[in-house]
Design a binder for this molecule. Structure first.
Ligand code: 5CA
Ligand code: ZN
Length: 409
Protein backbone atom coordinates (compact mmCIF):
# COMPACT_ATOMS: atom_id res chain seq x y z
CA UNK A 1 0.00 0.00 0.00
CA UNK A 2 1.37 3.47 -0.76
CA UNK A 3 1.67 6.08 1.99
CA UNK A 4 1.47 9.84 1.38
CA UNK A 5 3.98 12.48 0.28
CA UNK A 6 6.49 13.82 2.80
CA UNK A 7 6.78 17.52 3.49
CA UNK A 8 10.38 18.65 3.66
CA UNK A 9 12.04 18.89 7.07
CA UNK A 10 14.52 21.78 7.21
CA UNK A 11 17.83 21.16 9.01
CA UNK A 12 18.36 23.35 12.07
CA UNK A 13 21.51 24.92 13.43
CA UNK A 14 23.05 23.34 16.54
CA UNK A 15 22.51 19.91 17.98
CA UNK A 16 19.28 17.94 18.49
CA UNK A 17 18.62 16.12 21.77
CA UNK A 18 17.95 12.49 22.53
CA UNK A 19 14.31 11.73 23.23
CA UNK A 20 13.24 10.89 26.77
CA UNK A 21 9.78 9.41 26.68
CA UNK A 22 7.29 7.81 29.04
CA UNK A 23 7.17 4.03 28.65
CA UNK A 24 3.86 2.46 29.66
CA UNK A 25 5.54 -0.89 30.36
CA UNK A 26 7.93 0.43 33.00
CA UNK A 27 5.70 3.32 34.03
CA UNK A 28 8.71 5.61 33.85
CA UNK A 29 10.51 7.84 31.38
CA UNK A 30 13.25 6.21 29.33
CA UNK A 31 15.91 7.99 27.31
CA UNK A 32 16.04 6.18 24.00
CA UNK A 33 19.37 5.87 22.27
CA UNK A 34 18.59 4.39 18.88
CA UNK A 35 21.36 3.65 16.41
CA UNK A 36 21.72 5.71 13.24
CA UNK A 37 18.31 4.40 12.18
CA UNK A 38 15.57 4.69 14.80
CA UNK A 39 12.74 2.18 14.48
CA UNK A 40 9.13 3.20 15.05
CA UNK A 41 5.90 1.25 14.68
CA UNK A 42 2.62 3.12 15.04
CA UNK A 43 -0.72 1.35 14.88
CA UNK A 44 -2.73 2.69 11.97
CA UNK A 45 -6.43 3.21 11.40
CA UNK A 46 -9.25 0.78 10.85
CA UNK A 47 -10.61 2.53 7.79
CA UNK A 48 -14.37 2.53 8.21
CA UNK A 49 -14.86 6.24 8.91
CA UNK A 50 -12.97 9.49 8.42
CA UNK A 51 -10.01 10.70 10.51
CA UNK A 52 -11.26 12.41 13.65
CA UNK A 53 -9.39 14.70 16.04
CA UNK A 54 -8.57 11.75 18.32
CA UNK A 55 -6.74 9.94 15.54
CA UNK A 56 -5.06 13.18 14.50
CA UNK A 57 -3.85 13.80 18.08
CA UNK A 58 -2.35 10.33 18.33
CA UNK A 59 -0.55 10.55 14.97
CA UNK A 60 0.59 14.04 15.93
CA UNK A 61 2.39 12.64 18.98
CA UNK A 62 4.33 10.11 16.90
CA UNK A 63 5.08 12.69 14.24
CA UNK A 64 6.85 14.61 17.00
CA UNK A 65 8.82 11.48 17.92
CA UNK A 66 10.06 11.31 14.34
CA UNK A 67 10.92 15.00 14.23
CA UNK A 68 12.94 14.85 17.45
CA UNK A 69 14.92 11.90 16.07
CA UNK A 70 15.42 13.57 12.67
CA UNK A 71 16.78 16.60 14.51
CA UNK A 72 19.48 14.34 16.00
CA UNK A 73 20.51 13.52 12.40
CA UNK A 74 19.17 9.99 12.65
CA UNK A 75 17.08 8.38 9.98
CA UNK A 76 13.72 7.02 11.06
CA UNK A 77 12.41 3.69 9.88
CA UNK A 78 8.73 4.21 10.46
CA UNK A 79 6.10 1.55 9.83
CA UNK A 80 2.34 1.90 10.07
CA UNK A 81 -0.43 -0.58 9.32
CA UNK A 82 -3.99 -0.25 8.06
CA UNK A 83 -6.45 -2.73 9.58
CA UNK A 84 -8.24 -3.12 6.27
CA UNK A 85 -10.16 -6.23 7.27
CA UNK A 86 -11.76 -6.56 10.71
CA UNK A 87 -15.20 -6.88 12.30
CA UNK A 88 -16.02 -3.15 12.65
CA UNK A 89 -15.13 -2.49 9.01
CA UNK A 90 -17.23 -5.42 7.76
CA UNK A 91 -20.13 -4.39 10.02
CA UNK A 92 -20.08 -0.78 8.79
CA UNK A 93 -19.92 -1.88 5.14
CA UNK A 94 -22.89 -4.19 5.74
CA UNK A 95 -24.86 -1.45 7.54
CA UNK A 96 -24.29 1.04 4.73
CA UNK A 97 -24.70 -1.45 1.87
CA UNK A 98 -21.13 -0.86 0.70
CA UNK A 99 -18.47 -3.22 -0.59
CA UNK A 100 -16.01 -3.55 2.34
CA UNK A 101 -12.94 -3.14 0.10
CA UNK A 102 -14.37 0.03 -1.44
CA UNK A 103 -15.11 1.43 2.04
CA UNK A 104 -11.58 0.65 3.23
CA UNK A 105 -10.02 2.20 0.12
CA UNK A 106 -12.13 5.33 0.32
CA UNK A 107 -11.39 5.96 3.99
CA UNK A 108 -7.69 5.17 3.64
CA UNK A 109 -7.49 7.66 0.77
CA UNK A 110 -9.13 10.31 2.93
CA UNK A 111 -6.74 9.51 5.80
CA UNK A 112 -3.76 10.01 3.47
CA UNK A 113 -5.15 13.37 2.37
CA UNK A 114 -5.69 14.43 5.99
CA UNK A 115 -2.17 13.35 6.99
CA UNK A 116 -0.69 15.20 4.01
CA UNK A 117 -2.63 18.37 4.82
CA UNK A 118 -1.50 18.18 8.46
CA UNK A 119 2.11 17.65 7.32
CA UNK A 120 2.46 14.39 9.25
CA UNK A 121 5.58 12.63 7.99
CA UNK A 122 4.66 9.39 6.19
CA UNK A 123 5.78 5.90 7.19
CA UNK A 124 8.42 4.25 5.04
CA UNK A 125 6.18 1.17 4.91
CA UNK A 126 2.42 1.48 4.96
CA UNK A 127 1.00 -2.03 5.10
CA UNK A 128 -2.55 -3.33 4.98
CA UNK A 129 -3.70 -6.35 6.99
CA UNK A 130 -4.83 -8.05 3.79
CA UNK A 131 -1.45 -7.72 2.12
CA UNK A 132 0.21 -8.99 5.33
CA UNK A 133 -1.74 -12.28 5.37
CA UNK A 134 1.00 -14.36 3.67
CA UNK A 135 3.34 -13.31 6.48
CA UNK A 136 0.77 -13.85 9.24
CA UNK A 137 -0.08 -17.47 8.42
CA UNK A 138 3.40 -18.91 9.12
CA UNK A 139 3.56 -17.04 12.44
CA UNK A 140 0.29 -18.58 13.60
CA UNK A 141 1.49 -21.99 12.42
CA UNK A 142 4.70 -21.47 14.38
CA UNK A 143 2.83 -20.51 17.55
CA UNK A 144 0.86 -23.73 17.20
CA UNK A 145 4.06 -25.75 16.82
CA UNK A 146 5.42 -24.08 19.94
CA UNK A 147 2.30 -25.13 21.86
CA UNK A 148 1.35 -21.49 22.39
CA UNK A 149 -1.79 -21.69 20.27
CA UNK A 150 -4.80 -24.02 20.22
CA UNK A 151 -7.82 -24.70 18.05
CA UNK A 152 -11.41 -24.03 19.02
CA UNK A 153 -14.09 -25.00 16.51
CA UNK A 154 -11.76 -24.20 13.64
CA UNK A 155 -10.56 -20.87 15.06
CA UNK A 156 -7.05 -20.57 16.47
CA UNK A 157 -6.37 -18.87 19.82
CA UNK A 158 -3.18 -17.68 21.47
CA UNK A 159 -2.58 -18.92 24.98
CA UNK A 160 -1.60 -15.93 27.13
CA UNK A 161 -0.11 -18.32 29.68
CA UNK A 162 2.63 -19.23 27.21
CA UNK A 163 4.33 -15.86 27.73
CA UNK A 164 6.04 -15.39 31.11
CA UNK A 165 6.01 -11.64 30.46
CA UNK A 166 2.27 -11.43 29.77
CA UNK A 167 0.82 -8.42 31.58
CA UNK A 168 4.04 -6.42 31.61
CA UNK A 169 2.92 -3.79 29.10
CA UNK A 170 -0.31 -2.65 30.74
CA UNK A 171 0.04 -3.94 34.35
CA UNK A 172 -3.68 -4.49 34.83
CA UNK A 173 -5.32 -6.98 37.16
CA UNK A 174 -7.27 -9.91 35.74
CA UNK A 175 -10.67 -8.31 36.29
CA UNK A 176 -9.70 -5.10 34.47
CA UNK A 177 -8.19 -7.12 31.63
CA UNK A 178 -11.35 -9.15 31.27
CA UNK A 179 -13.52 -6.05 31.12
CA UNK A 180 -11.32 -4.34 28.52
CA UNK A 181 -10.99 -7.49 26.49
CA UNK A 182 -14.80 -7.65 26.13
CA UNK A 183 -14.96 -3.95 25.20
CA UNK A 184 -12.11 -4.01 22.72
CA UNK A 185 -12.66 -6.85 20.30
CA UNK A 186 -12.02 -9.87 22.57
CA UNK A 187 -14.44 -12.67 23.46
CA UNK A 188 -13.74 -13.55 27.12
CA UNK A 189 -17.06 -15.33 27.53
CA UNK A 190 -16.66 -17.79 24.68
CA UNK A 191 -16.90 -21.32 26.12
CA UNK A 192 -13.97 -23.66 25.55
CA UNK A 193 -11.15 -21.13 25.87
CA UNK A 194 -8.21 -22.05 28.09
CA UNK A 195 -8.08 -18.55 29.53
CA UNK A 196 -10.89 -16.02 28.94
CA UNK A 197 -8.30 -13.46 27.85
CA UNK A 198 -6.81 -15.60 25.06
CA UNK A 199 -7.09 -13.62 21.81
CA UNK A 200 -7.87 -15.02 18.39
CA UNK A 201 -4.98 -15.50 16.00
CA UNK A 202 -6.92 -16.86 13.04
CA UNK A 203 -10.66 -16.87 12.49
CA UNK A 204 -12.04 -19.69 10.38
CA UNK A 205 -14.04 -18.49 7.34
CA UNK A 206 -17.58 -17.38 8.23
CA UNK A 207 -20.52 -17.54 5.82
CA UNK A 208 -20.77 -14.31 3.80
CA UNK A 209 -17.43 -12.91 5.04
CA UNK A 210 -14.15 -12.57 3.15
CA UNK A 211 -11.55 -15.29 3.76
CA UNK A 212 -8.07 -16.22 2.58
CA UNK A 213 -6.04 -19.36 2.21
CA UNK A 214 -4.41 -20.05 5.57
CA UNK A 215 -2.36 -23.15 4.66
CA UNK A 216 -2.65 -25.65 7.51
CA UNK A 217 -4.95 -23.21 9.34
CA UNK A 218 -7.65 -23.54 6.70
CA UNK A 219 -9.44 -20.63 5.05
CA UNK A 220 -10.05 -17.65 7.29
CA UNK A 221 -8.79 -14.22 8.27
CA UNK A 222 -6.24 -12.96 10.77
CA UNK A 223 -6.80 -11.77 14.32
CA UNK A 224 -6.03 -8.14 15.08
CA UNK A 225 -2.91 -8.38 17.28
CA UNK A 226 -0.98 -10.82 15.10
CA UNK A 227 -1.48 -8.43 12.19
CA UNK A 228 0.68 -5.73 13.79
CA UNK A 229 3.21 -8.27 15.06
CA UNK A 230 3.70 -9.79 11.60
CA UNK A 231 4.18 -6.36 10.02
CA UNK A 232 6.46 -5.05 12.77
CA UNK A 233 8.69 -8.13 12.90
CA UNK A 234 8.92 -8.33 9.12
CA UNK A 235 9.81 -4.66 8.62
CA UNK A 236 11.57 -3.71 11.87
CA UNK A 237 12.57 -6.89 13.70
CA UNK A 238 12.54 -7.44 17.47
CA UNK A 239 13.68 -4.80 19.92
CA UNK A 240 12.60 -1.79 17.89
CA UNK A 241 12.53 1.56 19.64
CA UNK A 242 8.90 2.57 20.00
CA UNK A 243 5.51 1.00 19.52
CA UNK A 244 2.86 3.67 19.62
CA UNK A 245 -0.86 4.25 19.62
CA UNK A 246 -3.64 5.73 21.72
CA UNK A 247 -3.99 4.66 25.36
CA UNK A 248 -6.91 2.42 24.39
CA UNK A 249 -4.38 0.17 22.63
CA UNK A 250 -2.24 -0.58 25.70
CA UNK A 251 -4.62 -3.41 26.54
CA UNK A 252 -5.36 -5.71 24.88
CA UNK A 253 -3.67 -4.80 21.60
CA UNK A 254 -0.11 -3.96 22.62
CA UNK A 255 -0.08 -6.41 25.51
CA UNK A 256 -1.13 -9.29 23.25
CA UNK A 257 1.14 -8.22 20.41
CA UNK A 258 4.12 -8.12 22.76
CA UNK A 259 3.28 -11.63 23.99
CA UNK A 260 2.90 -13.05 20.47
CA UNK A 261 6.26 -11.66 19.44
CA UNK A 262 8.06 -12.66 22.63
CA UNK A 263 6.88 -16.26 22.38
CA UNK A 264 7.68 -16.40 18.67
CA UNK A 265 11.23 -15.12 19.02
CA UNK A 266 12.17 -15.99 22.59
CA UNK A 267 13.35 -12.40 22.93
CA UNK A 268 12.09 -9.67 25.23
CA UNK A 269 10.80 -7.00 24.90
CA UNK A 270 9.40 -6.43 21.42
CA UNK A 271 9.64 -2.64 21.77
CA UNK A 272 12.03 -0.65 23.97
CA UNK A 273 9.21 1.73 24.81
CA UNK A 274 5.43 1.41 24.60
CA UNK A 275 4.13 4.90 24.12
CA UNK A 276 0.49 5.87 24.47
CA UNK A 277 -1.35 9.07 23.66
CA UNK A 278 -4.29 10.25 25.75
CA UNK A 279 -7.86 10.15 24.53
CA UNK A 280 -9.55 13.13 22.92
CA UNK A 281 -13.17 13.61 23.93
CA UNK A 282 -16.10 15.59 22.59
CA UNK A 283 -18.99 16.59 24.87
CA UNK A 284 -17.49 14.63 27.74
CA UNK A 285 -17.07 11.30 25.96
CA UNK A 286 -14.12 9.70 24.16
CA UNK A 287 -14.37 10.53 20.47
CA UNK A 288 -15.01 7.22 18.76
CA UNK A 289 -16.30 5.90 15.50
CA UNK A 290 -18.64 3.55 17.31
CA UNK A 291 -20.22 6.37 19.36
CA UNK A 292 -20.27 8.78 16.42
CA UNK A 293 -19.35 11.91 18.47
CA UNK A 294 -16.76 13.03 15.97
CA UNK A 295 -15.02 16.10 14.64
CA UNK A 296 -13.41 15.15 11.36
CA UNK A 297 -10.19 16.64 10.05
CA UNK A 298 -11.62 16.55 6.51
CA UNK A 299 -14.76 18.40 7.63
CA UNK A 300 -12.73 21.21 9.19
CA UNK A 301 -10.59 21.42 6.05
CA UNK A 302 -13.73 21.66 3.91
CA UNK A 303 -14.97 24.42 6.16
CA UNK A 304 -11.82 26.37 5.32
CA UNK A 305 -9.85 25.80 8.55
CA UNK A 306 -6.11 26.04 7.91
CA UNK A 307 -4.53 22.61 8.66
CA UNK A 308 -1.67 24.48 10.37
CA UNK A 309 -4.20 25.75 12.92
CA UNK A 310 -5.45 22.19 13.51
CA UNK A 311 -1.87 21.18 14.12
CA UNK A 312 -1.37 23.98 16.66
CA UNK A 313 -4.62 22.97 18.38
CA UNK A 314 -3.21 19.45 18.80
CA UNK A 315 0.15 20.73 20.07
CA UNK A 316 -1.61 22.80 22.73
CA UNK A 317 -2.26 19.59 24.73
CA UNK A 318 0.34 17.28 26.18
CA UNK A 319 0.13 14.01 24.26
CA UNK A 320 -0.34 11.92 27.41
CA UNK A 321 -3.27 13.86 28.80
CA UNK A 322 -6.90 13.19 27.97
CA UNK A 323 -8.51 16.35 26.70
CA UNK A 324 -11.67 17.75 25.23
CA UNK A 325 -12.00 19.16 21.72
CA UNK A 326 -13.97 22.42 21.76
CA UNK A 327 -14.52 25.31 19.35
CA UNK A 328 -12.45 27.45 21.73
CA UNK A 329 -9.42 25.12 21.30
CA UNK A 330 -9.58 25.78 17.58
CA UNK A 331 -10.21 29.54 17.94
CA UNK A 332 -7.12 29.84 20.18
CA UNK A 333 -5.04 27.96 17.63
CA UNK A 334 -6.23 30.15 14.74
CA UNK A 335 -5.32 33.27 16.75
CA UNK A 336 -1.88 31.87 17.64
CA UNK A 337 -1.16 30.99 14.01
CA UNK A 338 -2.05 34.50 12.90
CA UNK A 339 0.24 36.07 15.51
CA UNK A 340 3.12 33.77 14.65
CA UNK A 341 2.75 34.42 10.93
CA UNK A 342 2.71 38.19 11.44
CA UNK A 343 5.80 37.96 13.66
CA UNK A 344 7.91 35.97 11.18
CA UNK A 345 6.83 38.06 8.20
CA UNK A 346 8.91 40.99 9.48
CA UNK A 347 12.42 41.42 8.02
CA UNK A 348 14.19 41.10 11.38
CA UNK A 349 13.53 40.40 15.05
CA UNK A 350 15.08 39.46 18.40
CA UNK A 351 17.72 36.71 18.30
CA UNK A 352 16.11 33.27 18.12
CA UNK A 353 18.85 30.84 19.27
CA UNK A 354 17.39 30.49 22.77
CA UNK A 355 14.01 29.76 21.31
CA UNK A 356 15.40 26.94 19.14
CA UNK A 357 17.04 25.38 22.19
CA UNK A 358 13.89 25.79 24.30
CA UNK A 359 11.71 24.08 21.67
CA UNK A 360 14.24 21.27 21.37
CA UNK A 361 14.46 20.81 25.12
CA UNK A 362 10.68 20.80 25.53
CA UNK A 363 10.06 18.18 22.85
CA UNK A 364 12.94 15.96 23.91
CA UNK A 365 11.43 15.93 27.41
CA UNK A 366 8.51 13.54 26.82
CA UNK A 367 7.20 15.54 23.85
CA UNK A 368 6.17 18.59 25.83
CA UNK A 369 4.54 20.38 22.90
CA UNK A 370 2.61 22.91 25.03
CA UNK A 371 5.97 24.06 26.45
CA UNK A 372 7.38 24.23 22.91
CA UNK A 373 4.48 26.48 21.89
CA UNK A 374 5.14 28.66 24.95
CA UNK A 375 8.78 29.06 23.90
CA UNK A 376 7.73 30.29 20.44
CA UNK A 377 5.06 32.50 22.03
CA UNK A 378 7.78 34.18 24.12
CA UNK A 379 9.82 35.03 21.02
CA UNK A 380 6.69 36.29 19.26
CA UNK A 381 5.82 38.47 22.25
CA UNK A 382 9.33 39.99 22.21
CA UNK A 383 8.97 40.60 18.48
CA UNK A 384 5.61 42.31 19.00
CA UNK A 385 6.80 44.43 21.92
CA UNK A 386 10.26 45.58 20.94
CA UNK A 387 11.25 43.87 17.68
CA UNK A 388 14.96 43.33 17.09
CA UNK A 389 17.75 43.71 14.62
CA UNK A 390 18.64 40.10 13.84
CA UNK A 391 17.87 39.65 10.15
CA UNK A 392 18.10 35.87 10.32
CA UNK A 393 15.76 35.43 13.31
CA UNK A 394 12.37 35.27 11.53
CA UNK A 395 13.75 32.58 9.18
CA UNK A 396 15.20 30.59 12.08
CA UNK A 397 11.85 30.70 13.88
CA UNK A 398 9.97 29.58 10.75
CA UNK A 399 12.36 26.72 10.12
CA UNK A 400 12.22 25.57 13.74
CA UNK A 401 8.43 25.58 13.81
CA UNK A 402 8.42 23.72 10.49
CA UNK A 403 11.09 21.12 11.36
CA UNK A 404 10.08 20.37 14.94
CA UNK A 405 6.35 21.09 15.02
CA UNK A 406 5.36 20.35 11.42
CA UNK A 407 3.74 23.76 11.03
CA UNK A 408 4.40 25.85 7.94
CA UNK A 409 4.24 29.56 8.75
N1 5CA B 1 -6.33 -0.37 13.53
C1 5CA B 1 -6.24 -0.32 14.95
C2 5CA B 1 -4.81 -0.29 15.42
S1 5CA B 1 -3.86 -1.59 14.78
C3 5CA B 1 -7.00 0.86 15.53
O1 5CA B 1 -7.05 0.99 16.71
N2 5CA B 1 -7.59 1.67 14.64
S2 5CA B 1 -8.48 2.95 15.05
O2 5CA B 1 -8.88 3.54 13.79
O3 5CA B 1 -9.52 2.57 15.93
O4 5CA B 1 -7.56 3.93 15.82
C4 5CA B 1 -6.40 4.46 15.22
C5 5CA B 1 -5.54 5.15 16.28
O5 5CA B 1 -6.24 6.28 16.82
C6 5CA B 1 -5.22 4.24 17.47
O6 5CA B 1 -3.88 4.49 17.88
C7 5CA B 1 -6.18 4.69 18.54
O7 5CA B 1 -5.66 4.48 19.84
C8 5CA B 1 -6.27 6.18 18.24
N3 5CA B 1 -7.53 6.78 18.72
C9 5CA B 1 -8.79 6.35 18.47
N4 5CA B 1 -9.69 7.15 19.10
C10 5CA B 1 -8.97 8.11 19.76
C11 5CA B 1 -9.32 9.23 20.59
N5 5CA B 1 -10.57 9.55 20.85
N6 5CA B 1 -8.32 9.99 21.07
C12 5CA B 1 -7.02 9.70 20.79
N7 5CA B 1 -6.63 8.67 20.00
C13 5CA B 1 -7.59 7.88 19.50
ZN1 ZN C 1 -1.90 -2.26 15.83
Amino acid sequence: MHAWPASEVPALPGQGRDLRIHDTATGAPVTLQPGPVARLYVCGITPYDATHMGHAATYNAFDLVQRVWLDTKRQVHYVQNVTDVDDPLLERAERDGLDWTALAEQETKLFREDMTALRMLPPRHYIGAVEAIPGIVPLVERLRELGAAYDLEGDVYFSVESDPHFGEVSHLDAAAMRLLSAERGGDPDRPGKKNPLDPMLWMAAREGEPSWDGGSLGRGRPGWHIECVAIALDRLGMGFDVQGGGSDLAFPHHEMGASHAQVLTGEFPMAKAYVHAGMVALDGEKMSKSKGNLVFVSRLRRDGVDPAAIRLALHAHHYRSDWEWTDQVLRDAVARLERWRAAVSRPDGPAAEDMVEAVRAALADDLNAPEALAAVDRWVARQEEAGGTDGSAPGVVSRTVDALLGVAL
